[in-house]
Design a protein around this ligand. Sequence first.
Ligand code: BG6
Length: 463
Amino acid sequence: MTPLTLIVFGATGDLARRKLYAAIAQNVRAGLLPRDTALIGISRQEMDDAAFARLVEDSIGGRWPSSSPPQYLAGNADQPELYGDLAGRLKGERGLHLFYLAVPTQLIAAVVGRLAEAKVGRNRGRVIVEKPFGVDEASARTLNRAVQRAFPERQIYRIDHYLGKETVQNILVFRFSNGVMEPIWNRGQIDHVQITAAETIGTEGRSDYYDQAGALRDMVQNHLLQLVALTAMEPPAVFSAEAVRDEKVKVLSAIRPVRTEDAVRGQYQKGQVAGERVQGYRQEAGVAPDSTRETFAALRLFIDNWRWHGVPFYLRTGKRLPERATRIQVVFNKPPLDLFEGAAQMNVLSIHVQPEERISLKIGAKRPGLGTHVDPVDMNFVYASSFRSASAEAYERLLVDATLGEPTLFTREDEVEAAWRALDPLAQRWDKEATCLPYAAGSWGPQAATALVARDGRFWLEP
Ligand code: BG6
């Protein structure tokens, strides 16, 4: 195995502590990364290697499994001396240098610029850039140029951790390894598609970032549009990184700009989630008391291509909703004649991304007994019972792929720009909004989100 040094910028941040160190440790334990994987953490906070090692072990809730103890460098991302020190530390480290940029998007150009000046990275390095990649198409483009000055595109890995989820990778396998799906996967047979990414959590101490981003930039531009792209893309001719990403870009580029009346933004007020009383968004530490940032977004999207013309994609995501659930629901046309007294929710294929990992097809079945009553029942594929192994964490898979130089599950430069392009007009209008519709924490968002779908004679589906 090629020796590996992971250099984490944003080493004391939320993402590193909640996800990254655990993913690295698990991969080392599983033998997917070298036993002596070196970790160099970088952040502004002053601390020594020993304190950093404690922070890492606290984060993973156990011993650091690599034979190489964690190292730490304190410094400001824009300080040239920091990169001199880093170059010194890296001199002794063989093999691949993987730079993980878990820092706010505004800092990324500075970091990669300094890495290039210090001649660190280009030859033996790869860089992983966390989302959000820019704040709109123009900034994403500028950032792409900045990162590409320091690293060639094939060494750049833009992360969207949803792509690392087993159930998300399975979308293409499900669509394209089962010949029965493709002929019905189009406007002829599909009435509409719903994509829900609901969370029960609030801003979790990330208000500085979140109050600038909001639900549209935090979740829709990346995770939800990736789910749209995988659900809607054409089959690639081969399963290669370029072919898959070419098809995703085509779908993203075919999204019609969202009209104001096709989008709903909401902000949570105090309420109850899972039996617990929680405060409103504006009362969260670090949020301005008059913030109008959205914590909920619902959109009606159209994809202007032959396969999807006229088929609405309803998207919704929000914080402090009643349950944590991400799912894609493909609603097929009703039969032309209603022979039986039917139940409302049939002909629905649900891809449950999380927390349940399953795919189910809601079908109508005859209720046993006299008469002919049709009840909706599920035909189910459940990951846990079919495969009897737990799915790996998204970050684990993505880290391994980046070390192997496998970019399929990362977003390409034109892909990230196309995703911004699809939402920019709406995001810009929303930035100027002086109000945001309130919803009680623990509810499914503002009433207007229900109305958005009801207007078309449809309703948000239950799992
Ligand atoms: C992150 C967002 O990208 O995804 C967070 O910044 C969100 O706000 C998180 O909570 C959701 O990820 P997951 O894997 O828990 O669905």
